[in-house]
Design a protein around this ligand. Structure first.
Ligand code: FPP
Length: 246
């Protein structure tokens, strides 16, 4: 059991997940893609619950990308319905978990916007895992916004170009309230970031698995964490320097 192998004193603070493979999982069973999303939504809830048990501080799930708006309307609307169904279950309230969203919320259907805003407000003082759903999110959208905000401050004389640091870029991203991901997991066999947290993953550890998202369970999360815990994070330093600091 991987769960027993997790070193609870060194759990990654922030785990980000690209939940890929719902469509292929459903197709392999001869079912519609939306069946895969429905099963995937249940896994998302299970993994969120596991994150609370493991004491992960932030869990960011890539739920709907800016590019996903190009999918067939029926599939988009099925994913939106799943959000309404599962966010209303108030798992966050039962487990004292915080809920946040990153992305272009204004593009979401009004009922989804309402639930998301209500849940953010309702859970803002919760102290267990912060569950962050990326909805209508893409890194390029987010970075473009950050550039516009910084440019506006320069234009208004609030800051000068020479004063801009990477901290200012951090502060103008939608993720400014959380640390960068320690561990980035992608299910479904592909090995790419697909416009997700590009800036924030500068020093993240990557974990790719062939497992389709609807088959990804608590044990798979623990396996990824054990793998992460067996790596040495050097942040550009030498292995010896990192060892000396221990
Ligand atoms: C990627 O698989 C998955 C998505 C684009 C949608 C993810 C949405 C959910 C799991 C529902 C979320 C609900 C909650 C409550 C968080 P894919 O469709 O791209 O799979 P494929 O690569 O096999 O086609």
């Amino acid at each position: 059991m991987y769960k027993e192998q997790v070193d609870m004193t060194r759990v990654p603070r922030h785990v980000a997940i690209i939940m890929d493979g719902n469509g292929r999982w459903a197709k392999a069973l001869g079912k519609e893609r939306t069946y895969g999303h429905a099963e995937g939504a249940q896994r998302a809830i299970e993994v969120m619950t596991a994150a609370v048990d493991l004491g992960i501080e932030y869990l960011t799930l890539y739920t709907f990308s800016t590019e996903n708006w190009n999918r067939p309307e029926a599939e988009v609307s099925a994913i939106m319905s799943l959000l309404l169904k599962y966010l209303e279950e108030e798992l966050f309230i039962k487990r004292n978990a915080r809920f946040r969203v990153i992305g272009e919320i204004d593009r979401l259907p009004k009922p989804v916007q309402d639930v998301v805003r209500y849940m953010e407000e309702r859970t803002k003082d919760h102290t267990a895992t912060c569950m962050v759903l990326a909805l209508s999110y893409s890194s390029k959208w987010e970075m473009t916004n950050a550039v516009k905000q910084i440019a506006a401050k320069v234009k208004d004389g609030e800051m000068s170009i020479d004063d801009i640091t990477d901290k200012d870029i951090d502060a103008n991203l939608s993720t400014s309230f959380m640390p960068d991901p320690d561990l980035m997991i992608r299910t479904g066999g592909e090995q790419r970031l697909s416009n997700y947290l590009l800036w924030q993953c500068a020093y993240s550890e990557f974990y790719f698995t062939e497992t389709y998202w609807p088959d990804f369970r608590e044990e798979d999360l623990c396996k990824a964490i054990v793998d992460y815990q067996n790596r040495q994070r050097r942040f550009g330093k030498t292995g010896e320097q990192v060892e000396d600091k221990k």
